[in-house]
Ligand binder design. Structure first.
Ligand code: NDP
Length: 249
């Protein structure tokens, strides 16, 4: 569901609904005007909570300023919360209990696992501590027995910490922040960042990692676009199927 006309949200919601339909799930894009009130959106969420044909609800953030995103997330039935943002699902994730895990962090783990390298015992450094990426990525790595360091804007000597990382996850939101000299040779580097740059007058997407130089040093590295982004959508589809199966169990 989308409220308003944020251009990035339009692309994200369209791609998610398209992928759902490709896979044979009934993905419906519900588009509401920018002027929608908080009460109207909460009523819409409640309608979807009660609709037995709906297995997953995703409200694309950011929302227009008159709507408190926390109230909306709290209103979604946790069993249909395929984004994994409801406080019950967040709590379950941090307790290591089965939950609908947030899609981007779950995708990061799948990408690390796809290297075939064990996560157990590795030093994982996560740059970024947001509720939707950094913190859940760190929790999932810890559950897989990595030794986890979380860095943020107040971290001292971040470059030296990053250089110690066997697994480096960049979720900062600053184009090409992680340079080649911050990467341990042969490390696994996962770039979550999606930054819009204007290069020679044209719009271009860039990650948080300086990909070309970093790929000379890293053992494995994800590109932007084409890395974490598509994996996030894949995890959303997985969560939707899990939610449907659990509701029918
Ligand atoms: P937030 O802005 O919520 O968090 C950014 C984090 O980076 C904060 O913890 C912040 O620290 C830290 N940070 C900012 N500047 C620095 C710095 N100079 N040094 C060290 N740490 C710094 O962003 P999100 O977590 O929501 O998103 C991160 C990136 O991932 C964005 O580019 C976003 O577009 C992208 N993203 C991609 C998704 C995908 O599907 N691929 C999904 C979600 C996000 P502090 O807490 O101290 O302020």
């Amino acid at each position: 569901m989308r409220v308003g006309s944020d251009p990035a949200s339009e692309v994200y919601v369209r791609n998610k609904a398209k992928k759902a339909r490709e896979l044979g799930l009934e993905g419906t894009e519900l588009i509401h005007p920018e002027t929608m009130s908080e009460a109207e959106l909460l009523a819409e969420v409640e309608r979807l909570n009660r609709d037995d044909d709906v297995d997953g609800i995703l409200v694309q953030l950011p929302l227009p300023k008159q709507i408190d995103p926390m109230k909306v997330i709290d209103a979604i039935d946790p069993a249909k919360d395929v984004d994994g943002f409801h406080p019950i699902n967040v709590g379950m994730l941090h307790l290591g209990r089965p939950s609908l895990a947030p899609c981007t962090p779950a995708g990061v783990i799948r990408l690390i696992e796809s290297t075939g390298q064990p996560i157990e015992g590795k030093h994982a450094v996560v740059i970024g501590r947001s509720d939707i990426v950094g913190k859940p990525v760190a929790a999932l790595l810890l559950q897989r027995h990595a030794t986890v360091t979380i860095c943020h804007s107040r971290t001292r000597d971040l470059a030296a910490i990053a250089r110690e990382a066997d697994v480096l996850v960049a979720a900062i939101g600053k184009a090409r922040f992680v340079t080649a000299d911050m990467i341990k040779p042969s490390a696994i580097v996962i770039d979550v960042g999606i930054n819009r740059l204007i290069v020679d007058g044209a719009g271009k997407l860039a990650g948080d990692v300086d990909f070309n130089a970093a790929s000379e040093v890293a053992g494995w590295i994800t590109p932007v676009p084409g890395g974490v982004g598509p994996m996030t959508i894949a995890m959303l589809m997985k969560n939707t199927v899990t939610a449907a199966e659990r509701r029918r169990a």
